[in-house]
Design a protein around this ligand. Structure first.
Ligand SMILES: [Zn+2]
Length: 102
């Protein structure tokens, strides 16, 4: 269930590389960044676009905005879940929002 492919941060197609948005939370998610000649350039591309690196993967600005909106609405819930989930980096907020803490 929790086997999100960590390798899939960057996709390759026809020797072009693109960073993938791991979050895919927003309706207007960019899904992946620009296609570049190397993984490094692909990473620079998303850095340039202010994508957020979460430790788990890159999150596009649209998903980041989406999460920020959720944080505002559910701030207290998120805080509680964060406290219960030390060890995780706490960025799977949308997965825990709406689930009552045990
Ligand atoms: Zn996204």
């Amino acid at each position: 269930m929790d086997e999100r492919a960590e390798q899939a941060l960057i996709v390759e197609r026809n020797k072009q590389f693109s960073v993938v948005c791991y979050s895919r939370a927003a309706e207007d998610c960019s899904e992946n960044g620009g296609w570049c000649d190397s993984e490094e350039e692909a990473r620079e591309w998303v850095e340039d676009k202010c994508w957020i690196f979460t430790g788990e993967g890159w999150m596009c600005i649209n998903c980041n905005a989406h999460h920020m909106r959720n944080l505002k609405v559910h701030r207290r819930d998120v805080h509680e879940n964060k406290e219960n989930n030390k060890g995780n980096d706490g960025l799977d907020h949308d997965l825990v929002i709406g689930i009552d803490p045990l």
